[in-house]
Design a protein around this ligand. Sequence first.
Ligand SMILES: Nc1ncnc2c1ncn2[C@@H]1O[C@H](COP(=O)(O)OP(=O)(O)OP(=O)(O)O)[C@@H](O)[C@H]1O
Ligand SMILES: [Mg+2]
Length: 484
Amino acid sequence: MTAAALDRSPAPSRRRRLAGVRRTAAPGRLVTALAVLVPVALLALGALPLTPAALVAFLAPAGALLAGTRHSRRQAALIARLERERAVLLDQVRSRADELDRASRIMAARARTMTSVIDAVTEQSIIGTDPDGTIRVWNPGAEKLLGLPRADVVRRRSILEFHLAEELEEAADAQGTAVGLHALVRAAQENGSDVRDWTYVAADGRQRTVAVAITPRTDDRGVHAGWNFVGTDMTEVRATERMKDQFVSLVSHELRTPLTSILGYLELVLDDEQSLTDEQRRYLGTVERNADRLLRLVGDLLFTARVDAGQLTLQPEPVDLVAVVRAAEETARVAATAGGVELRVEAPDGALVISGDPMRLGQACDNLVSNAVKFTPSGGSVTLTVGTGWRAADGTVTADERPGAAPVARLSVRDTGIGIPDDEQGKLFTRFFRASTAQRNAVPGVGLGLSITKAITTAHGGTLDLESAEGRGTTFTLTLPRGA
Ligand SMILES: Nc1ncnc2c1ncn2[C@@H]1O[C@H](COP(=O)(O)OP(=O)(O)OP(=O)(O)O)[C@@H](O)[C@H]1O
Ligand SMILES: [Mg+2]
């Protein structure tokens, strides 16, 4: 009922009350008026003598009339109060109705804005589904990417129909779940959102690599209402990335062969003690150093390309970490001496054997030690430590065995060098990143060593941690699983 209608028709109970008041008031007043007017008329006409009895007869109805008037006033006040209450109620109803009207207009405007924003997105597919995967929202971006108009899809198809079946099976296998929507949304369900590449299959059978952000959707009461899939077509980007990796890998490979040959012949020439003058030997020494550097860089690039292509394969065998550390010390000794840096090893007397790829672990350790030496000014020191420990589920490592903890081996490289600013430490394992301290001090490097060390550590199931204070020094710790 509208406010105006309410205004016209008071509530039934109140209507009855008002009518009752009016009904009882009217005849009462008439009787009292007659009781006063009749004696007055009789007195005037002389039909009634002015005796005490006649006075009583006259005053009694007059008193009654006065009492009746008081009663009527009360009734009138009651009516006025009820009218006022009714007006207040009507006001309230009217303002509630206005509020409701305003709220529903705002809601409708919001919904229109949302729809127009979603409809304006043509380069991203926005697909919304029910909890069971039935499509409810399908924007022009989805139409463009998957080649079907909204009318053919909404309420008629499941999101699963646009995914590559084999990929869904793989995901289900990897997660140990049944093939279906669950395999698609499980990570989003567990983490609140999930972004990864999926293969969409368009209406004409074309496959597209799409970076899909999946998020759960809730209704206004917070109840799970379905899923949102926002996709960006990455088909061309991924193809270019693959090409770049192949190019880097090819170039590095092709450069390595002639470089190895140059270095081999240089060594032969330098080995000949007699035929070279001191000056020639110095020049060739510079050539050899630079060729070595070039070879290392090419090796790093090749390694990086392999990691990107998922081709980092380990050849595990028993490795003695004490031997790895001593070999790294040996390699770094010349640079340390030249830079005035003291190099120390703290290791157990015997061997500390784990299962790993000796060549790769040597490379990881060399990278850490060479960094420590080159980022430590003259007069500082670098300490290589190797030992065992126990890692609990929360990642903390202790020297003594604890229930539920896994045995690990730890290899740390501690220096008293320039350090790394706090706010840059998070980016350190990113390829080509070099800290501001390194750049300020003009220490040469490309920024690949640490990312390589990290990749090797991860491939071994280990972790690489860092502690550093600017101007005071840095410690890198490699923690690797060890058979009990
Ligand atoms: N021990 C250290 N002390 C201070 N800074 C360090 C240390 N180790 C690494 N860094 C910082 O981390 C950056 C990345 O290290 P990374 O080994 O990847 O590259 P790089 O040594 O500069 O070059 P590359 O190893 O490729 O020759 C360094 O440039 C430096 O800023
Ligand atoms: Mg380095």
